[in-house]
Design a protein around this ligand. Structure first.
Ligand code: HEC
Ligand code: HEC
Length: 312
């Protein structure tokens, strides 16, 4: 905590809220900008692996009954509204910036993205019959070519499926938001309301206690005062949050306004609440400014075309 407030204070000391005459980016604020995602040495980046991972992500033939793909549930990063949305899974988390969370997934055994992807491939798709999935994909010539390009040999294994899905997911990153451009020295990138909102976010409302760093997430679990919810939930990124239609892990809120109100009130009195969550005395204008600030975290659109998947 102390370290955190120290960082905060030093950010504020360096951050001229009015004027901002110096065009050079501020090194302290730069910590909020996503620059690179680190691809681990046991699963290095290559373009072909990304391409393969993307195709697998959309291919329902990965699932036992050939009816669900990763994208059927995790489609919020896809601009294609045409993709069918499943009501029940509306609140599957967006996988945007998933590579930026620090080793906290729901499953305490999972440390790397590969671990959680492997678990997901099992629990959501192949169930107990991974051999069947592998066999099915192996019978498709187009896939053997894609695996060959990505891994150097055409062999199809569950591990390779997991590796390529993970590499693809690491490329889904929200970048170059107005906030990032502002931090990098483009002083007109934020409106006055957004600058006020950023100030409220840090000080009056203390949202930064949990939403900090380049991903606006501490990667920690917290109780956020939703009535009836006993489990703690990991702090989600706030990047691209204004593009969402449902908020919170269970879709409890249908608007950013309701969500911000919830946090401004320190969570619902009847819900389990993290001690860090305290009511902040925010005026209506403050709340509007906060929302304007959240909009400044919208990255440039992630250009996705649903790939054509190899025919059987
Ligand atoms: C039936 C819907 C469904 C399908 C299909 C599905 N997921 Fe998920 N996924 C979820 C839900 C719900 C969660 C959040 C709760 C949890 O972790 O169980 C989640 C969590 C995740 C996470 C962790 C996200 C985070 O922020 O911690 C990753 C990564 C992930 N899924 C990847 C995948 C991949 C890759 C596939 C395809 C192989 C896939 N999922 C298929 C519903 C689904
Ligand atoms: C105690 C830590 C904590 C504090 C303080 C906090 N948040 Fe959060 N925030 C969370 C967690 C954890 C979630 C996820 C809750 C869930 O999914 O049920 C969340 C979710 C959100 C969401 C919804 C994100 C989504 O993808 O659905 C928004 C918006 C948000 N917070 C904004 C704020 C604002 C604005 C403040 C300050 C007024 C704030 N938060 C203060 C921990 C915190």
């Amino acid at each position: 905590m102390n370290r955190f407030f120290f960082i905060l204070v030093s950010i504020l000391a360096f951050f001229p809220l009015s004027g901002c005459k110096d065009k050079r980016p501020n090194p302290d604020l730069e910590k909020f900008v996503v620059k690179n995602v680190i691809h681990p040495s046991n699963n290095p980046f290559n373009e072909d692996k990304v391409e393969l991972g993307k195709i697998l992500y959309f291919d329902p033939r990965l699932s036992y009954k050939e009816d669900v793909s990763c994208a059927s549930c995790h489609n919020s990063a896809s601009p294609s509204e045409g993709f069918p949305r499943n009501k029940i899974h509306n609140s599957a988390p967006s996988l945007t910036n998933v590579a930026l969370y620090k080793d906290v997934f729901k499953d305490p055994e999972a440390i790397e993205l590969e671990d959680i992807v492997k678990e997901k491939v099992h629990s959501s798709l192949v169930l107990r019959d991974e051999a069947k999935t592998v066999q099915r994909l192996s019978s498709i010539q187009g896939y053997r070519e894609l695996f060959n390009r990505a891994f150097g040999t055409p062999e199809i294994t569950l591990d390779r499926i997991v590796l390529s899905l993970s590499t693809f997911q690491r490329t889904i990153v929200s970048k170059n938001s107005s906030f990032d451009r502002f931090v990098m020295g483009e002083e007109t990138a934020l409106t006055p309301a957004q600058i006020r909102g950023w100030n409220i976010f840090q000080n009056k409302a203390k949202c930064v206690q949990c939403h900090h760093g380049p991903n606006f997430s501490d990667s920690e679990l917290h109780a956020t005062g939703l009535p009836g919810i006993k489990d703690k939930v990991r702090t989600p990124t706030l990047r691209d949050v204004s593009k969402k239609k449902l908020f919170m892990h269970n879709g409890a809120f249908g608007s950013l306004e309701d969500t911000v109100n919830h946090f401004a009130e320190g969570g619902h009195a009847k819900g389990l609440r993290d001690p860090l969550l305290k009511p902040a005395e925010l005026s209506d204008q403050d709340k509007k400014d906060l929302i304007e600030f959240l909009k400044a975290l919208e990255g440039e659109p992630i250009q996705w075309e649903i790939p054509s998947i190899p025919k059987a």
